[in-house]
Design a protein around this ligand. Structure first.
Ligand code: PLP
Length: 382
């Protein structure tokens, strides 16, 4: 764990706003994932935080990758370059899944040379893949309950379980190979039953496909959604892992069926720390307001895009706190980190504040709005 002293030293050396990525923490998260889900290969969802340094650390640790665009694919492709063709083709499915069910034609054309593994969830996409990426392996994304997830995804993607086998058979009829199924239970899922239901739905679809003559599916991708321990209400990962393992054991006992997952947030959330500086201060309607140099258009973009509630802390010890407002640096009234953050009311201009568990969906969606650049990034324990 990064210490307060380290944060202050790094802020002094590099200035603020600062985004610190702790690679020891990334390795710990990956090791924890493998420890509790030994049968599951983790394909890190690059979108959670796409820095090449992070991909490198996870690659070295043994992870694979879930990408959703050509630029993300190319970050991982770095590790294919120079491989002999034969090895490259064997490697690609083991290391990358292109998990965006909707792909532009140009992307499919470009991807085809790599014979990638790609997801799909509708008929039009089958026609596109047939035309532009006939060498791809397919994985059907199905729609599963997202009950209780902080970020819901089931309204945008996923074939309904009732049409799943029709779509699989149609793809096969067109000469494409369908390798298996994937789903996403919703991001930051604290309702572990979602995984149980989704694995059960998948088992039903495997069975129906077999009954209707297709028995070549050998992959189940249980997606992302694994919750980061943002607060004490999040149940331990081990508890979720035990549930998943039990269902996999019961419904997919055949070791030839490969089990994949696409954890994003789980791998990276706890590895990111923000340090910011107070640039302004006033009292409005009796409430102390601090204006800091990072905000909702920058590292705290998750407040808008990811339903995040971020905690901001003072470096001072044991001070009495009151609910304060913390505003970002831009002129937009939307640029608010919190309107009820417990902070001491006597903080001075120039003082530093920090925020932990900031690794996922934060710097990744930072903008340049109002002329303020994204926070400077520092990697530690690389
Ligand atoms: C965003 C996304 C993920 C990662 O989700 P997390 O909740 O961060 O684990 C995985 N798979 C797909 C297809 C995604 O869109």
């Amino acid at each position: 764990m990064i210490t307060k002293k380290q944060m202050q030293d790094l802020a002094k050396k590099h200035g603020t706003p600062l985004f610190i990525v702790d690679h020891d923490e990334i390795r710990r998260n990956y090791a924890q994932f493998k420890k509790y889900l030994p049968r599951v290969q983790a394909y890190y969802a690059v979108k959670a935080e796409p820095m090449p340094e992070i991909v490198k650390t996870l690659y070295k640790a043994g992870a694979s990758f879930d990408v959703a665009s050509m630029p993300e694919f190319m970050i991982v492709h770095e590790y294919i370059k120079g491989m002999p063709d034969k090895k490259r083709l064997a490697w690609i499915w083991d290391k990358i899944i292109y998990a965006n069910p909707i792909k532009p034609n140009e992307t499919l054309k470009e991807l085809d040379q790599y014979r990638p593994l790609v997801t799909f969830d509708n008929l039009e996409e089958i026609h596109k893949i047939k035309k532009y990426a006939p060498h791809a392996g397919l994985c059907l994304r199905i729609r599963v309950p997202n009950t209780g997830a902080v970020v819901e995804l089931s309204s945008k993607f996923g074939a309904s379980p009732g049409e799943a086998v029709d779509l699989i058979l149609e793809a096969v009829k067109q000469g494409l190979g369908v390798e298996g199924l994937s789903f996403h239970v919703g991001s930051q899922t604290t309702n572990f039953e979602n995984y149980v239901q989704a694995i059960n739905l998948s088992a039903d679809i495997f069975k129906e496909a077999k009954e209707r003559g297709y028995d070549k599916m050998n992959l189940l991708d249980i997606g992302g959604g694994f919750p980061a321990p943002y607060d004490s209400s999040v149940k331990p990962f081990q508890e979720l892992a035990e549930k998943i393992n039990a269902e996999l054991e019961r419904l997919f006992p055949d070791p030839k069926i490969e089990i994949l997952a696409e954890p994003g947030r789980f791998m990276i959330a706890t590895a990111g720390t923000s340090v910011m500086r107070i640039n302004g201060k006033t009292v409005r309607d009796g409430k102390t307001c601090y204006y800091v140099n990072d905000g909702a258009y920058h590292t705290f973009s998750g407040i808008i895009f990811d339903h995040q509630h971020c905690n901001v802390y003072s470096f001072r010890k044991g001070k009495k706190t009151e609910n304060c407002s913390v505003f970002g640096p831009t002129c937009d009234a939307l640029d608010v980190i919190s309107s009820a953050m417990p902070l001491p009311t006597d903080l001075q201009l120039g003082e530093l504040l920090y925020s932990t568990n900031m690794g996922a969906y934060s710097h990744a969606s930072s903008t340049w709005f109002n002329g303020f650049p994204p926070a400077k990034v520092v990697h530690i324990n690389k």
